[in-house]
Design a protein around this ligand. Sequence first.
Ligand code: ARG
Length: 465
Amino acid sequence: MAADKPAGNMLWGGRFTGGLDPLMVAYNESIYFDQVLHRQDILGSIAFARANLKGGILTQEEFSAIEKGLLAVEQEWAAGTFKIVPGVDEDIHTANERRLGEIIGKDIAGKLHTGRSRNEQIATDMRMWLRDELRKLEEYLVSFLGVIARRAESEVDYVMPGYTHLQRAQPIRWSHWMMSYGFQFASDLERLREVIKRVNRSPLGLGALAGNPFGIDREMMAKELGFEGIIWNSMGGVADRDFVAEVMQWGSMLMVHISRWAEDLIIYSTAEFGFVRLSDAYSTGSSLMPQKKNPDSLELLRGKSGRAMGHVVGLMTTLKGLPSTYNKDLQESVEPMLDHVRTVGDSIRIAEGVLSTLATQPEKMRAALDGFMLATDLADYLVRKGVPFRETHHISGRCVALSEETGTPMAELSYEQLKGIDARFGEDVRDVFDYERSVEMRAAKGGTSKASVLEQVKVLKAMLE
Ligand code: ARG
């Protein structure tokens, strides 16, 4: 392989005499993706320089020059005028330091990295970036949950079939279905708040692996950068990408919930069910079949859950065989982290868009109910007359069979027919064949009665504060 660039050009090039294979240069560099960390990298450097000022490593003049220079570099990034030097700016850390040297001169800029390693730098940058992004995801999730809670409240009167094994099982409130996911997403919210705490700890000042030799004030830097504490072991701290894996585990769980939610809505939006209609804003047509309106948004939500899970599997596979402390394999945590956070964030916002524009068709929900779904209520009726449930289950089963044999809908079996099956049926058995009554009977906490569902909404809302 042609080695056309002497590695002596690189910031770390002092000991190198040979050149780098150009493909190796491209293979090694991370600037094309880790440049998103520019702000975090600059803020981290300023905090580091300030701590070295306190420790007497930098003079006040040197610190001021470094701070001013770093802010100028950040301005270039923000304005989109920063020019990456191909083949030299290996990553965001070296790029920023190279540019700082050009602005304030290499003599002072060369003092910035005293006692510091890129190993602690990348971990610091990633944690700061991730913390800020996770706070945005928290807002998205709270907003999505707000839509769920408000809709569950306003549409609490719609009754629809509840399914097990995707077979009609018992009548439920549409809002009860919504809240079933509401609480899954609320658990995701709780987990997220927990994860943020572990992400938001500072590795700055850990050095390459053994710690900082100049007595740097790590707590002061952590505070300046908004961390909630420091990482307590230098070797563990530079080796650690658990915080990324944990975010991906969290995100994967959330995406599993989103995927199942989407799957339900895809089914409910078919002509066969017709419980809901997706707004045009979240559907697309077919290039061939003019009549089609496809639930692409929901399909993408379901599909992207696979991608999110792939991120965790990929990263944990990268991590599992690594020897202690920093290894370049860890650079492979950055791109999946960026993709994961974007995928999850977009997914929450799309899910919110879908739900807030979704049209419900309560008459279709009601039409899908059938009398067999009240067979349990019929058994429960006899339970209230003192018959053991195991027996009532059997009796109700015989009513189902009679209904099937005679082709009479369950609710239309005559009193005489029922009485013929079991003498303990009274005239008031008529009341059982009422879907509204059925859902209202499930009034224990967590059930589908109106009061229970509205109580759930209250509990959920309290979690959003
Ligand atoms: N670009 C590197 C990364 O993302 C920064 C750390 C480099 N450290 C090193 N010892 N080469 O992991």
